[in-house]
Design a binder for this molecule. Structure first.
Ligand SMILES: Nc1ncnc2c1ncn2[C@@H]1O[C@H](COP(=O)(O)OP(=O)(O)OP(=O)(O)O)[C@@H](O)[C@H]1O
Length: 189
């Protein structure tokens, strides 16, 4: 079983409107794709189709390996400390021991006891990214991962994606902000 993610002639309809059709690509271990396009063209919808949260109107999505989604909200308990909130999900993924390293990777180790509700916008985004890192899933689906991040944090994000790919992971990234993804496939909507 090899990690992979492929779209074959995928179309997306929302609210009775065709957003895109004929989207095809295949990502092998270590590869990435960058989904770009103006507001409302369906970048988030494409990511949701990849996550299995939205059915494709036509075509097929296939691939091996667990997928993890970074979307607008991270579903982290606002009352819990960041580490405890992350451990809730990491335990479900069988990755409880991965939380500390993930917090360090996103630069939140010093804030691990701070309740999620007290985090700044960018810190909350980094916590969401830590959830992705700690998941251990080989296929990362990242919807606007740079939103709310300062320049240094975008560099951290880029480094984390690069490390994930070097470890054989896959990244499908929808963004309207520039993110360096060397040799990424371009999916322009
Ligand atoms: N649940 C829904 N029902 C009907 N239409 C929807 C629904 N969700 C999104 N849409 C519509 O689908 C279109 C694409 O939305 P989507 O969020 O995928 O675009 P996007 O390219 O990610 O946009 P942005 O760059 O603004 O984030 C929009 O016109 C939106 O109004």
């Amino acid at each position: 079983m090899t990690t992979g993610l492929s779209f074959a002639d995928v179309a997306c309809v929302r609210g009775g409107r065709l957003l895109f059709e004929g989207v095809s690509f295949a990502l092998a271990p270590g590869e990435a794709a960058l989904v770009s396009g103006p507001n409302g063209t369906g970048k988030s919808s494409l990511i949701r189709i990849a996550a299995g949260l939205l059915p494709a109107a036509a075509g097929h999505v296939e691939g091996e390996g667990a997928r993890t989604l970074l979307a607008e909200t991270a579903a982290l308990d606002p009352e819990l400390g960041v580490a405890a909130a992350l451990r809730f999900w990491a335990r479900i993924d069988g990755q409880a021991e991965a939380v500390e390293a993930a917090l360090t990777a996103v630069g939140l180790a010093d804030l691990k006891q701070v309740p999620v509700r007290l985090l700044s916008t960018g810190q909350r985004r980094r916590a969401a990214l830590a959830r992705v890192v700690a998941s251990g899933a080989p296929v990362w689906l990242l919807d606007e991962p740079a939103n709310g991040l300062d320049t240094a944090s975008v560099r951290v994000l880029e480094a984390l994606i690069a490390r994930h790919r070097a470890d054989g992971g896959i990244a499908l990234v929808a963004t309207h902000l520039p993110i360096a993804l060397p040799d990424a496939r371009e999916i322009a909507l």
